[in-house]
Design a protein around this ligand. Structure first.
Ligand code: SPV
Ligand code: MG
Length: 295
């Protein structure tokens, strides 16, 4: 019998594959399942989306163990690997080590940490006013994380916020090289511009020293072939399940409030049977046949 690949091996394979790969955001068990069913080979556990679905801000207001609880539902609901947006690692090198151990226990395949300060601020809020982490301190965090993992396939992605914080290409490259040397399995280069100029300039200089991951939220009109031609490894669609859900929930709530009647929305929402299917209710019905006394 062939064992299925571990989630960590699946993620490492995606990260290191020759072609451009895509992973999509999810923020709870149900959205993770939906992303998997759509055919994505991996899931981005977005800090922004997980915070937002709890109704709090993307400033480490949700504690890291609350994030971990949510991740556990996501991981249990799916077979594809999950890359956690681990913000700044929720503390120093020591907190990072404990995080890695807990992620391995929860079958999370990889984590991405960014070179800013705890509590973090979302990159699209006053990005250029945000201080960066000390480069050497951040390298220590990466090394500590790599030393803490027990599964050699677990990946740590180092996210470079130099463009976000207004530093530019030289600083982005200097940091990426330091993080690479410290043992990062890949670099996420982030940009808040509406054009891909910064990330393309970075990739031209970086070459293929290590896999490069991008988040095109702001440069969304760039054709995907541009990313492919430049040799990026992975694209993250970072927050679109959350934003889709918000748009639909707002529309539905307003329509219900207005009409005081379900007719206005019934054909625009998923049937209850679809919810049961996503929860795998059928499996429990079968199990009841097997395990509950008859009669
Ligand atoms: C997230 O999804 O939480 C991210 C990506 O970190 S971004 O919001 O673009 O910073
Ligand atoms: Mg985030």
């Amino acid at each position: 019998l062939r064992q299925p690949l571990t989630k960590t091996r699946q993620f490492r394979t995606l990260l290191q594959s020759e072609q451009l790969e895509f992973i999509c955001e999810a923020h709870n068990g149900l959205s993770a399942k939906i992303v998997e069913e759509a055919g994505f080979a991996g899931i981005w556990a977005s800090g922004l989306s997980i915070s937002a679905q709890f109704g709090v801000r993307d400033n480490n207001e949700a504690s890291w163990t609350q994030v971990l609880e949510d991740l556990e539902f996501m991981s249990d609901a799916t077979k594809v690997p999950i890359l956690l947006d681990g913000d700044t690692g929720y503390g120093n090198f020591n907190n990072m080590q404990r995080l890695i151990r807990k992620l391995e226990q929860r079958n999370i395949a990889a984590v991405c940490i960014e070179d800013k300060l705890f509590p973090k601020t979302n990159s699209f809020l006053k990005g250029d006013a945000q201080p960066m982490a000390d480069m050497q301190e951040f390298c220590g965090k990466i090394k500590a994380g790599k030393d803490a993992q027990t599964d050699p396939d677990f990946c740590i992605i180092a996210r470079v916020e130099a463009f976000i914080c207004g530093w530019g290409l030289t600083e982005a490259l200097r940091r990426a090289e330091a993080y690479h040397q410290a043992g990062a399995d890949g670099i996420l280069i982030h940009s808040a511009l509406s054009v891909p100029d910064e990330i393309l300039a970075f990739k031209r200089e970086w070459g293929s020293r290590s896999p490069v991951v991008i988040v095109p939220t702001k440069y969304y009109s760039t054709p995907t072939d541009v990313f492919r031609q430049h040799g990026f490894s992975m694209v993250i669609w970072a927050n679109h399940m959350l934003r889709a859900a918000v748009a639909t929930m707002q529309k539905t709530a307003r329509a219900l409030k207005e009409s005081e009647n379900l007719l206005s929305i019934e054909d625009k929402v998923a049937p209850v049977s679809e919810i049961f299917r996503l929860q795998n209710a059928a499996e429990l019905l079968e199990a009841e046949e097997r395990y509950l006394p008859r009669g």
